[in-house]
Design a protein around this ligand. Structure first.
Ligand code: GTP
Ligand code: MG
Length: 300
């Protein structure tokens, strides 16, 4: 049983119902000095970023991080040896041959961890999917209610050098997500392998609150999931600035606080495109020389 990673599919949805898979058994040995045929390979395509685990032990059997990378996870049945194999001086044409061997069996778990370069994080409704749609050709679901995104989305930004930058949009996080509130934190695995995080803050989100509280809350939930996630470089995007009449707080003051903490920030409107060019040029500056994972075509 062979698993092969491909960048043509992005989900493991094919395997939701395909749960009982088997490759061919080895065929019995045959006459005329012939070994039986090997079992036929079963080739299974999975998205790049798929981790294959042994369900019983939890051991990682393979982590497929390159397009085209393949791994034999279970050996198929060997063909049986033919009758000649068993011939002796006194018994030249034995009437028996070895039966084909059955293949190995195992319960496997497939887990996908995206291999994106940039991860979008934020509260539900902050505008993450709108931003993905504005930066890339991706067409994620966008709507005016929380938890529109139920499964993560990927988009591709083509840099000037022709390199492809992969951006992951994950479902929104809320306070208590690490305790299972909302959709929980299980989607954070998809941004574990990114190089840069973009924190999308809704500048209109709380009528009188401080949107930095949103930032700290999200980062706290992320830290509960995995401390290294909070070590990644990040940038703050102050979104929805087109809704100026609904932004009562003083953005300059907010930006000053971020600056004092050496946190880069940008004002954007994912909807109207304001600030998106500035964001793209930041991304270019960051990644042109500095792309670590090369899983996708033209990424490096
Ligand atoms: N005016 C304005 N509306 C925006 C902007 N960005 C997003 N929106 C709106 O905000 C709502 C939520 O946008 P989404 O992109 O679905 O938000 P999300 O962060 O992906 O939300 P979840 O998937 O629920 O986590 C939609 O109605 C968008 O049209 C913006 O820059 N300006
Ligand atoms: Mg969304």
């Amino acid at each position: 049983m062979v698993f092969r990673a491909t960048t043509r599919i992005f989900t493991l949805n094919d395997y939701i119902y395909k749960t009982n898979l088997s490759a061919g058994n080895g065929r019995p040995g045959r006459g005329k000095n012939q070994t039986g045929k090997k079992g036929k390979d079963l080739l299974l395509e999975v998205p790049v970023g798929t981790v294959i685990l042994d369900e019983e032990t939890g051991d990682v059997l393979a982590d497929l991080v390159q397009d085209g990378q393949s791994v034999i996870v279970l050996q198929g049945g060997k063909g049986g040896k033919g009758n000649k194999h068993f011939a002796t001086a006194t018994h030249r044409t034995p009437r028996f041959a070895q039966p084909g061997q059955p293949g190995q069996e195992k319960r496997l778990r497939l887990s996908l961890k995206f291999l994106a370069h940039v991860g979008l994080v934020g509260l539900p409704n902050a505008g993450k999917s709108t931003l993905l749609a504005s930066l890339t050709h991706a067409k994620p679901r966008i709507a005016q209610y929380p938890f529109t995104t139920l499964v993560p989305n990927l988009g591709v930004v083509e840099l000037e050098s022709g390199k492809n930058l992969i951006i992951a949009d994950i479902p929104g996080l809320i306070e208590g997500a690490s305790q299972g509130k909302g959709l929980g934190i299980r989607f954070l695995k998809h941004i574990e392998r990114t190089q840069l995080l973009l924190h999308v803050l809704d500048a209109t989100y709380k009528p009188s609150g401080d949107i930095l509280e949103d930032l700290h809350m999200i980062r706290k939930e992320m830290a509960e999931y995995s401390a290294p996630l909070t070590q990644k470089p990040y940038m703050v995007l102050i979104n929805k600035i087109d809704l100026s009449e609904q932004i009562s707080r003083n953005l300059e003051k907010l930006e000053l606080i971020l600056e004092q903490q050496h946190i880069p920030s940008l004002r954007i409107s994912a909807l109207t495109g304001e600030g998106i060019d500035a964001l793209l040029s930041e991304l270019r500056g960051y990644f042109e020389e500095n792309i670590e994972n090369c899983a996708f075509p033209k990424s490096c």
